[in-house]
Design a protein around this ligand. Structure first.
Ligand code: F6P
Length: 323
């Protein structure tokens, strides 16, 4: 194998650049040419493919986002789109691909391998930490710290005004980030999509807290909670209770940007190196994960078959400590 490609796909996450750097530099270390494919699978369809040198990835380990851009590409999920993608890869004589992204991107990788024989290795890149086959995804730790810091700041003003706040944390399908940032920020309650939300029970928790002397409270709401978004939940609580004056903060895409934490940079560096070595070992259809601080290779399908959901025992921690 002489040439490999690297792409970032789906929602960006802090540390993706560190992973790209690791792939490029490991490839060069082993005498390979490494091509950056722009905007995920879209770049394979439009032919936006460029050779990356060691200096192309200088000074990016500390940058959020992704220098090779990212996108969600519908066309690639049709067989005709993958034919175009395979043509681009053949034109550039690229034999193996490192795909940095979430489980949707991995499904595309499996199809590309099955139909066109391109070797594919996935790296888990998402702030949601909801991918099976790995304890942590690249970007989660940074996003967690960003959300925690936002909650800390809200706590200051909530306490000063004796106010109730709802803080919405990202996670359309996953409450992991909300759960952990809620525990780290000492939230009074945490609402996540994985467990049914009972608004009346939440109101009772708030009342109990107030009886025990609390004067302010923070409810962390995962974006995809079954009872609605933070605004909808705030208005349901206001309709049904004496808590009529809550304020809502949606952290939103702030969580996706920013300088990656040391944890994410090290994780991305270790994973990127392993991904290139895996391709050189003729591996395909696998993802790189971390398990018990060891870098491991797992089948790509584990990403969705063994999705990481937060363990409900964390809710218990949150509830006991919020008294
Ligand atoms: O999967 C990452 C993520 O940030 C989710 O937490 C969020 O629900 C979604 O992407 C937002 O996607 P978009 O950037 O397309 O609005």
């Amino acid at each position: 194998m002489k040439r490999i490609g690297v792409l970032t796909s789906g929602g960006d996450s802090p540390g993706m650049n560190a992973a790209v750097r690791a792939v490029v530099r490991t490839g060069i270390y082993y005498g390979l040419e490494v091509y950056g494919i722009e905007r995920g699978y879209k770049g394979l369809i439009t032919g936006d493919v460029h050779l990356l040198g060691a200096r192309s990835v200088s000074g990016i380990i500390n940058q959020g986002g992704t220098i090779i851009y990212t996108a969600r590409c519908k066309e690639f999920f049709e067989p005709e789109g993958r034919v175009k993608a395979a043509q681009t890869l053949k034109e550039h004589q690229i034999e193996g691909l490192v795909i940095i992204g979430g489980d949707g991107s991995y499904r595309g990788a499996l199809a590309l391998h099955a139909e066109h024989g391109i070797r594919c290795i996935g790296l888990p890149g998402t702030i949601d930490n909801d991918i099976g086959g790995t304890d942590y995804t690249i970007g989660y730790d940074t996003a967690l710290n960003t959300a925690m810091e936002a909650i800390d700041r809200i706590r200051d003003t909530a306490q000063s005004h004796d106010r109730l706040f709802y803080v919405e944390v990202m996670g359309r399908h996953s409450g992991y980030l909300a759960m952990m940032s809620g525990i780290a920020g000492g939230a009074e309650d945490i609402l996540v999509p994985e467990t049914p939300t009972d608004i009346d029970q939440m109101i009772e928790h708030l009342r109990t807290g107030m009886k025990r002397g609390k004067r302010s409270a923070i409810i962390v709401v995962a974006e995809g909670d079954d009872a609605g978004n933070a605004y909808e939940i705030a208005s349901k609580v206001a309709e049904r209770s004496e808590f009529k004056d809550g304020r809502v903060t949606v952290i939103g895409h702030l969580q996706r940007g920013g300088r990656p934490s040391a944890f994410d940079r090290v994780l991305a560096s270790r994973m990127g190196l392993r991904a290139v070595e895996a391709l050189m070992e003729d591996e395909t259809g696998k993802m790189v994960g971390i398990s018990g601080n060891n870098i491991v290779l797992r089948p790509l399908s584990e990403a969705w078959e063994c999705r990481t959901l937060f363990d409900p025992k964390f809710l218990r921690v949150a509830h006991i400590l919020a008294t």
